[in-house]
Structures are given as C-alpha cells and as structure tokens.
Design a protein. Structure first.
Length: 283
C-alpha cells in the first residue's frame, strides 16, 4: 500500500461521535499518525471558526478544509490559502429565494456562520436535535437581519446552509436551486441543504492542498459519512466511509469502517496506517 502522508477527516458523523465528542481512541490514533509526519486535515462543512479548538490543537493539524471546500486554511497562520466563494450578488439572489420557504438559512462569511434571532431562538422548528442545537449556538454569529447584513457588507459567501422542518419543502427548494448554473448542492444531514459554488467541493480542496504540500493523490486518505463527502472519498487515494454514512458515501468509498460511535476512524487507521493487530473493522 502507498505510504499515507495526509489524512482528511470529516468531523460531524465521522471523527466526532453522536454527542459531538472526540473519543480518546480516535485522538490516540491520530496522534500516532501525526508522530509519523502525516498531515491531519479536518475537512468539514463547518466554517473555520466552527472547528472546535481541541481539533485545531491536535498534533499534526495545521491545515483545514472548511465550508465543504469553499476555504482551504492555514490555521497556524490564521489565513486562507484558497477561497472559492459565491459572489455577493449571487448570495443575495439565493437568500431571497430561500426566505420564501419555511426554512432556517445561514450564509458562511469570513469564517463564521451568520444567523438572526428569528432562527437561533426557534431551532426546534427546523428539525434540529438538542445536540445539534448546542453546536449551532456555539458556532453562529447573530445579526439583526441576515439579508441586510449581506447587502451592507458586500461580502461573498463561502457556503449557504439551510435547515428544514418539512422535507417536502426541502426537496422543492433543491429542485429550484438546481436550475441555477454554477452551484453545487449537497447535504450532510437528512434535513439540510448546503449550497456552494460549483468548484467548491471537498474533493477539489484535498487535491489542491495535496499539490500545495507536494503530496501525491495516492498518499491521501479521506474519511466521511455524508453526501458532501462523496467527492473527497472519490478523489482520495483511499476513501473510507463510515458504517453510519449515507449510501452515496459508501458507494464512493474504497472501504467501509464501523460507525462514528464505535471509533471507526481509529479502527481503520490502526489497520491501514499504524499496522496494529486488531479487528479488521471494514468491508
């Protein structure tokens, strides 16, 4: 097997368990990989400021892929190496389309997810679980009115996230968005849509970062569980999907490990990278 030099990790549903916690076994496995000089790269739909400090502080973590590939960041230098964002004009067009739906929407701007009181104070309306609500409260910047903020700031959006309580409305909006050229629509949860510029995918981002670091594609290993991870699982030299992942992610992967609640990341790393004698927890 080709020597692994970079490990790209989705966070929610993959590296983190269902309580949004990093297990000690996953932590140890990644630390052992970092000790071998392997780059550990969070690759998430979250904005840069939504990545937990404990993840950023792990050995081997210097770079991150955020907002599904909308940003490739150097965390130690606190700067973006590459940004692939939706224009301000296009962002406003999309938000005005979404506001007609019974949905909560968050544009991600300059490393933050932006929300407003109408949404953050009524998360139950949008099918958001208590665990997810805690994460949302910790990772959003609240402004009085999102659309006015985007108009006045004239900023681009790295991503737009939309939560729904009504799945029929979710599919209706997806069909409407798919009529707009230049967008990539994905999901990381059953009740959300994630809107990026067409070129902003985790797959494109890991290829860009690998080239930037002088790492061949074959030496990249990626882990994911959601629809927004499919491009990364396909582009990596080795793609590993979680047992709890969606069928689309499993079909795109080379291997399937056990679930995020059973330390699936560590199980695969112990066998593929660290060479430990353990249960071969993949199919």
């Amino acid at each position: 097997m080709t020597e692994i030099k970079m490990i790209a990790l989705d966070m929610d549903g993959t590296l983190l368990d269902s309580q949004k916690k990093l297990s000690e076994r996953n932590r140890r496995a990644l630390a052992a990989c970092a000790a071998r000089g392997i780059q550990i790269v969070p690759a998430t739909g979250r904005a840069v400021h939504g990545i937990y400090p404990e993840i950023k502080a792990m050995p081997g973590v210097r770079y991150a892929i955020a907002t599904n590939g909308g940003v490739v960041a150097d965390l130690s230098e606190e700067k973006n190496l590459q940004t692939c964002a939706i224009s301000n004009e296009q962002t406003l067009r999309i938000l005005r389309m979404i506001e007609k739906y019974p949905a909560m929407y968050d544009p991600y701007i300059e490393g933050w997810a932006i929300t407003q009181p109408e949404f953050i104070e009524h998360l139950d309306r949008y099918g958001i679980s208590p665990v997810m609500q805690k994460m949302v409260h910790a990772t959003r910047k609240v402004v009085p009115n999102i659309i006015r903020f985007v108009e006045e700031s004239k900023k681009e959006a790295e991503k737009i996230n939309v939560f729904f309580g009504d799945m029929e409305e979710r599919e209706k909006l997806r069909r409407e968005l798919e009529q707009i050229d230049g967008l990539f629509i994905s999901s990381s949860l059953y009740n959300n849509l994630e809107i990026n510029r067409k070129e902003a995918t985790k797959g494109n981002a890991i290829l860009w970062l690998a080239e930037y670091l002088g790492i061949p594609r074959e030496s990249v290993m990626a882990f994911g569980d959601g629809g927004n991870d499919v491009s990364m699982l396909k582009e990596a030299g080795i793609g590993v999907a979680m047992e709890n992942g969606v069928d689309e992610a499993k079909a795109a992967a080379d291997y399937i490990t056990v679930s995020n609640d059973a330390d699936g990341v560590a199980a695969a790393l112990e066998c593929f990278v660290l060479g430990q004698d353990g249960s071969r927890s993949w199919t």
